[in-house]
Design a binder for this molecule. Structure first.
Ligand SMILES: C[S@@+](CC[C@H](N)C(=O)[O-])C[C@H]1O[C@@H](n2cnc3c(N)ncnc32)[C@H](O)[C@@H]1O
Length: 414
């Protein structure tokens, strides 16, 4: 590869090489080496997560595996922006990517860094297995297990999770997983979801949350198979991807307790009733508890019905973000504040536009207006990062609809 075919681009503190012919193409698998400027937000939040993890859960030196590094942008930014890194594995199966990673490491003057930088061109599963073997007690060259593993594939991460759990530190490891197969998780391709995640999705107004919970459930089950469990720190959707940060745990009692997080969502396609149920599928209602309809009652799952985020972690991310002044800082601030509002709120959300459309209302009230009305009536209510036009509430749907109708009546009187 001639240097003349490459150009240097900057993202925050890092400069990386990309192929000139890739520069203006729409990010896709067919690029020589994948780079998507829009995923900068993902990398910003990943860096915040690494810093927060190091402060809150693991003061030791960090061993990080960036298993699908592409241009290496995420690793190079971590090396430049995060402290306390001992070792980083920068890996990609694409040989052109590995060539670029070497060049970009030099361009950022990291070749002589004190940090151990291990660049490789391996299949991620092979790399994880190799790490797992070298970190097992039987190994002749016993290494420490990585405490952070990032999986950022094209599409589903499903086939990398089992070996990632074998490689990662078993207590308080940080697993960072991206899924971009949103058509699958959000129920546009339901059979593919059953095949890939062993779970039935539903294409409803809150399908993004269902998809994120299906992915969480799958990650957790993969942990269970490996004698571990997970503790979710942050689960978010942005720019057509879902990203999950979770801690590993291996305490048998905590694993058994976490089974309470497995369940189903029952949804009526006629009256839009929805409710989460604990893990026994035999107890799911056969007719809609709200309108008694039998034909239109449906379900999604198994999925994660527990908390998706951890308040202490998100507050730390918010603090760090306020200090760091990223280009995406304001967007991250908004997203994290919405995420914090979601904690302890019921599963699912109502899109105000869709609700008003169904009620044939001639207008949609301001989201803050309806939030205040619901609060005054004594119910819990919040916005959600999954959909900026939606609210989460424990108010039942009929009362919620009545609130909207009341606003309409008031407008007429005025
Ligand atoms: C979405 S890109 C990763 C983007 C990158 N993390 C970033 O922040 O720009 C997916 C990358 O995974 C690599 N990849 C796909 N399958 C792989 C596998 N089985 N093992 C390792 N790398 C793989 C691809 O070559 C591609 O570079």
């Amino acid at each position: 590869m001639e240097k003349k075919d490459l150009i240097l681009i900057r993202e925050n503190t890092a400069e990386i090489y990309v192929h000139s012919s890739d520069k203006d193409s729409i990010p896709s698998k067919s690029m020589h080496v994948f780079y998507n400027k829009k995923m900068e937000l993902n990398r910003d939040i990943s860096n915040l997560a690494v810093m927060a993890y190091n402060e809150l859960y693991n003061p030791d030196k960090l061993i990080i595996v960036d298993s699908m590094a592409a241009s290496g942008i995420s690793s190079i930014r971590m090396l430049k922006e995060c402290d306390n890194i001992h070792t980083i594995y920068i890996n990609d199966v694409n040989p052109l990517a590995v060539e670029l990673i070497h060049k970009s490491i030099s361009a950022n003057e990291l070749d002589n860094s004190q940090i151990q930088i291990i660049i490789s061109r391996k299949d991620a599963n092979f790399l994880f297995t190799e790490i797992a073997q070298k970190t097992s007690i039987e190994s002749e060259v016993l290494l420490k297990k990585p405490n952070i593993i990032s999986i950022d594939p094209f599409g589903t991460p499903n086939l990398y999770l089992d070996s990632a759990f074998k490689a990662i530190q078993r207590i308080n490891g940080l697993l960072c997983v991206t899924a971009t197969d949103t058509a699958v998780l959000f129920g546009i391709r339901p059979n593919a979801c059953i095949r890939k995640y062993m779970s039935k999705p539903l294409h409803t107004e809150y399908c993004k949350e269902i998809g994120a919970r299906i992915l969480l459930n799958f990650i957790s089950r993969m942990a269970n198979i490996n004698g571990m469990g997970i503790f979710p720190l942050l689960t978010f959707y942005a720019n057509h991807f879902v990203r999950i940060f979770c801690l590993t745990l291996k305490n048998k009692n905590r694993i058994s307790t976490s089974f309470n997080n497995y369940g189903y969502i029952v949804h009526c396609k006629k009256c839009h009733y929805r409710k989460a149920f604990n893990r026994n599928p035999l107890q799911l209602p056969r007719k809609c508890p709200s309108c008694d309809n039998i034909e239109k009652i449906d379900y999604a799952g198994p999925l994660w019905i527990g908390q998706m985020h951890h308040e202490e972690f998100i507050n730390k991310l918010i603090d760090l973000n306020n200090n760091l002044k990223y280009y995406n800082g304001r967007r991250i601030h908004k997203l994290l504040n919405l995420v914090i509002d979601e904690i302890n709120m019921p599963i699912s959300y109502y899109n105000l536009h869709k609700l008003c459309q169904r009620l044939k209302l001639p207008y949609v009230p301001k989201i803050e207006e309806i939030i205040q009305i619901i609060k005054k009536k004594g119910y819990k209510v919040s916005r959600t990062h999954f959909d900026y036009l939606s609210i989460k509430t424990n108010m039942d749907l009929i009362s919620l609809q009545n609130c909207l109708l009341e606003i309409k009546k008031k407008e007429f009187v005025n």
